[in-house]
Design a protein around this ligand. Structure first.
Ligand SMILES: [Zn+2]
Length: 671
C-alpha cells in the first residue's frame, strides 16, 4: 500500500488524507522523499548537457516537490498537534534536514552550473520572474559559502559550527538564569496584586516545590508584578534580577559568548566579501544598508523620546504624590503607568468580550477580504488533522483560489503563539497548484469562544499572512506567497490589523453573541483610544535595542560589547527610567541564532510600511477603496518574492514610506 503522506491528495482540492495518515508514516515518507530529492539533484549536477534555466533552476524547483509535500504536512502537524512520536521525529529530522540543505549548497558541480547561468543571464531570454529566481538561487549559494575554496571554505565551515555551539550555549544560559532565580512571597507581599498574578505566583511556587507563592523571572509573571505591586523595594529587587539575566558571572554568563559571536560574524561576512556583518545581513533585505536602518530608527527615536520624557514627568509627579521623593526609576515606570492607564483609559475587558465572539470576528475578517479582494468563503467538511480545525474553500467569481484552515483553540499538543503556514504553496511550474493555508492560534476554547481585543488583532494578523499566501500568483515556489525579505514579510499581516480599527467594521460585526446588539459607541471609542497608550515607553525601549543591535554588527566587532552598549545609550540620551527592551546578555533575538541579528529593526520597518500602506486607503476617504485594494493585490500580495521588496512597494505606493503614519498610529506625532 502507498504511504498516505506521499500520496496525491483527496477530493476536489487534493487535501492530504488525514484520516489515513498515522505517525508511523512520516519517518518512511521523509526517507523516500529525501532519497528522491538527492537522486534528482545529483542528476542535475551530473547532467552532461550544458546548463540551461530549465535543466538547472526549474529542475531544482521540481527536485524537492515530494519533500515539500511531506514537510508541508509534517511541520504543520508537529507545531499544531504534537505527540511524543512527532517530537522524537522532529529531533531526528533536524540534523538530517540541515545536512541535506548544506549538501545542496556545497554541491560544487551544481553551483558551477548556477554560476554559468548567472554569468550568462543577459543572454538567456528570461522572464522577469525567472531572472529574479536565478538571482535568488545564486545569492543563496554564494551567501552560504559555495563560492569559497581551500582554506577559506574550511574556515567558513569551522565558523558556522562554532557559531551553532555558541548560540545554543547563549540560549541555555539564559534559560538557566531564568529558571534558577525565584523569590518566595509572603502574604503581605501579595497585597495589591490582582487575582491572576497571585494564581500565577502560586502555580510557579508549586512548580518549584515551594509551599507558597513565588516570584519568578518569567515575563508573564514579572511584568504584571512590576505593574501592580505597591512594594517599591520588592519591585527593585525583582527588576534588578530580571535585567541581570545572562550577566550574573560564573558558568551562565553570556558576555564573553556575545563578544565571540560578534567576532566570528564579522569574520564570516569578510570571507564573503562584505565590509561588515550588518552589510552582509542587510544586503537581501528591503532596507539594504545599515545607514538606511539607522536613519529610520533615529527619525522614530526623537519623537518617541520626547513623548517618553513627557510621560516620565507625569509619572514622577504621581510618585511624589505617593510621598516618595527622588527620581522615577526603571522599576517604577510600569507601576505608575498602570495607575495612569486606569485613570485615563480604563474599560472592562469582561464587558467587551461578549461583542467579540470568534464567529463574529471570523465574519468580520472574511467580509473585509470580500470587500477588498472579492473573495468568497464557503465552509467545507473535513476530516482535517484535528477535530477543532475548520475549513473553507476560498473562491473568486466561481474560480477556486485556495483552501483555508482555521485551527483556533489552545490545547496541550499545540505550541504557544499564533502563526500562519502553507501546507501547500501556490505555484504554476508543473501545473497550477493552489495553496492550502493554515492559521493557528491559541484562544481559550469556550461555548461560545469569546475573544479579547488582542486576540481579535491576532486573528486578523495571521489572516493577513494567509492572504499573502492565498493571493499568490507566481510560477516558481521559491518566490511564492510569504517567501519575501524578512523586513517585508510582516507588511501584509500588520496591514490587515488596521481594518479591525475601522469603526464601520466593529459597528457591523462586533455584536453581542446573545442579543445581536452592536457594541455601544462609548465602549468602542475607549477601546480604540487605548491603542496608543504608553507608546513613548514601548518605542524607546524597542528602538534602543535595535540601535545597539545595529552598532554591534557595523564595522569591527567590539572587544567589549557591554562598553559599546553603554556608549550607544549615552549617545542617544536614553531616558533614565527606561532600559533597553533586551540588554545584550539576554538579547536572544540577536545571539540565540542568526534570525534577527542586525535585524531587530525589522519589526519597526514593517510597521512604518503597514501604517503608510493603510494611509494609502485613508487618503482616498474609503478604507475599502477598490482601486487601492486592486493595486495592493497586483503589486504586493500576488507577486511574493518575484519582485524585490522595494520595487513592489514603489509600484504600490509610488514613494518611499515616511515615518509620519507610524508616529500618528503610535500617538507620537504631537510630541
Ligand atoms: Zn506575523
Amino acid at each position: 500500500m502507498t504511504n498516505p503522506v506521499l500520496a496525491e491528495g483527496l477530493g476536489p482540492f487534493a487535501l492530504p488524507d488525514f484520516a489515513a495518515i498515522t505517525d508511523a508514516d512520516f519517518g518512511p515518507a521523509f526517507e523516500t522523499a529525501l532519497t528522491e530529492a538527492r537522486a534528482k539533484i545529483a542528476a542535475i549536477a551530473e547532467n552532461p548537457q550544458p546548463p540551461s534555466f530549465a535543466n538547472t533552476i526549474e529542475a531544482l524547483e521540481m527536485a524537492e516537490a515530494l519533500l515539500d509535500r511531506v514537510a508541508g504536512i509534517f511541520y504543520n502537524l508537529s507545531g499544531a498537534d504534537s505527540t511524543p512520536a512527532r517530537e522524537a521525529l522532529m529531533r531526528d529530522l533536524a540534523p538530517k534536514m540541515a545536512g541535506f540543505a548544506s549538501e545542496v549548497t556545497m554541491n560544487r558541480p551544481l553551483f558551477a552550473r548556477i554560476e554559468t547561468l548567472w554569468a550568462a543571464r543577459g543572454d538567456l531570454d528570461l522572464s522577469p520572474e525567472q531572472a529574479r529566481v536565478l538571482e535568488l538561487y545564486h545569492k543563496m549559494f554564494v551567501r552560504s559559502g559555495a563560492a569559497l575554496a581551500g582554506a577559506d571554505a574550511a574556515r567558513m565551515t569551522e565558523i558556522k559550527e562554532r557559531l551553532a555551539v555558541l548560540s545554543t550555549a547563549f540560549s541555555q544560559n539564559l534559560l538557566a538564569d531564568e529558571r534558577d532565580w525565584f523569590r518566595p512571597l509572603t502574604e503581605d507581599e501579595l497585597e495589591g496584586l490582582p487575582e491572576f498574578v497571585v494564581a500565577a505566583a502560586k502555580a510557579a511556587g508549586a512548580e518549584r516545590g515551594q509551599a507558597g507563592p513565588v516570584l519568578t523571572l518569567n515575563r508573564s509573571l514579572i511584568v504584571p508584578f512590576l505593574q501592580f505591586s505597591p512594594r517599591r523595594d520588592l519591585r527593585e529587587t525583582a527588576y534588578e534580577a530580571w535585567v541581570a539575566r545572562g550577566a550574573n558571572g560564573g558558568a551562565t554568563d553570556n558576555r564573553l559568548i556575545a563578544a565571540e559571536i560578534l567576532n566570528l560574524r564579522e569574520e564570516r561576512a569578510k570571507l564573503l566579501g562584505y565590509d561588515s556583518f550588518a552589510a552582509y545581513k542587510l544586503d537581501p533585505e528591503m532596507a539594504k544598508t545599515p545607514e538606511t536602518v539607522r536613519d529610520l530608527l533615529m527619525r522614530v527615536w526623537t519623537p518617541a523620546k520626547a513623548a517618553a520624557e513627557a510621560d516620565a514627568a507625569k509619572l514622577t509627579a504621581m510618585m511624589h504624590d505617593d510621598g516618595l521623593n527622588g527620581d522615577l526609576e526603571a522599576w517604577d515606570w510600569r507601576y505608575y503607568s498602570e495607575k495612569r492607564r486606569v485613570a485615563e483609559h480604563d474599560f472592562d475587558e469582561a464587558a467587551l468580550k461578549p461583542y467579540l465572539s470568534l464567529n463574529a470576528m471570523l465574519a468580520a475578517m472574511f467580509d473585509t477580504a470580500n470587500r477588498l479582494f472579492g473573495l468568497d468563503f464557503r465552509p467545507i467538511e473535513g476530516p482535517f488533522y484535528h477535530p477543532d480545525v475548520r475549513g473553507w474553500e476560498v473562491s473568486r467569481k466561481g474560480r477556486h483560489i485556495a483552501v483555508f484552515l482555521g485551527d483556533y483553540f489552545a490545547r496541550p499538543s499545540k505550541r504557544s503563539g499564533a502563526w500562519c503556514s502553507a501546507m501547500r504553496s501556490q505555484k504554476k511550474l508543473g501545473g497550477e497548484t493552489r495553496p492550502i493555508v493554515v492559521n493557528v492560534c491559541n484562544f481559550a476554547k469556550g461555548d461560545p469562544c469569546l475573544l479579547s481585543y488582542d486576540d481579535a488583532r491576532t486573528l486578523f494578523h495571521e489572516f493577513g499572512h494567509a492572504l499573502h499566501q492565498m493571493l499568490s500568483d507566481v510560477t516558481y515556489q521559491f518566490v511564492s506567497g510569504t517567501s519575501v525579505a524578512r523586513d517585508f514579510v510582516e507588511l501584509p499581516s500588520q496591514l490587515y490589523e488596521h481594518w479591525l480599527e475601522v469603526p464601520e467594521v466593529l459597528e457591523r460585526h462586533a455584536r453581542h453573541w446573545q442579543t445581536g446588539e452592536a457594541m455601544p459607541k462609548a465602549l468602542r471609542d475607549k477601546l480604540l483610544a487605548a491603542a496608543t497608550y504608553d507608546q513613548g515607553f514601548l518605542t524607546v525601549e524597542f528602538v534602543a535595542s535595535a540601535l545597539v543591535d545595529l552598532a554591534f554588527h557595523e564595522g569591527a566587532a567590539p572587544a567589549d560589547p557591554m562598553a559599546l552598549q553603554a556608549q550607544v545609550l549615552a549617545e542617544i540620551g536614553m531616558p533614565k527610567a527606561i532600559r533597553m527592551r533586551h540588554a545584550t546578555p539576554h538579547f536572544g533575538h540577536v545571539f540565540s541564532g542568526d534570525g534577527y541579528s542586525a535585524g531587530y529593526y525589522s519589526y519597526m520597518w514593517s510597521e512604518v510600511m503597514d501604517a503608510d500602506a493603510f494611509a494609502a486607503f485613508e487618503e482616498t476617504g474609503d478604507a475599502f477603496d477598490p482601486a487601492t485594494a486592486e493595486r495592493l493585490e497586483r503589486c504586493i500580495l500576488s507577486v511574493g518574492g518575484s519582485v524585490p521588496a522595494d520595487a513592489a512597494w514603489l509600484a504600490f505606493r509610488g514613494k518611499t514610506p515616511g515615518v509620519e503614519a507610524l508616529l500618528k498610529g503610535r500617538g507620537l506625532l504631537e510630541a
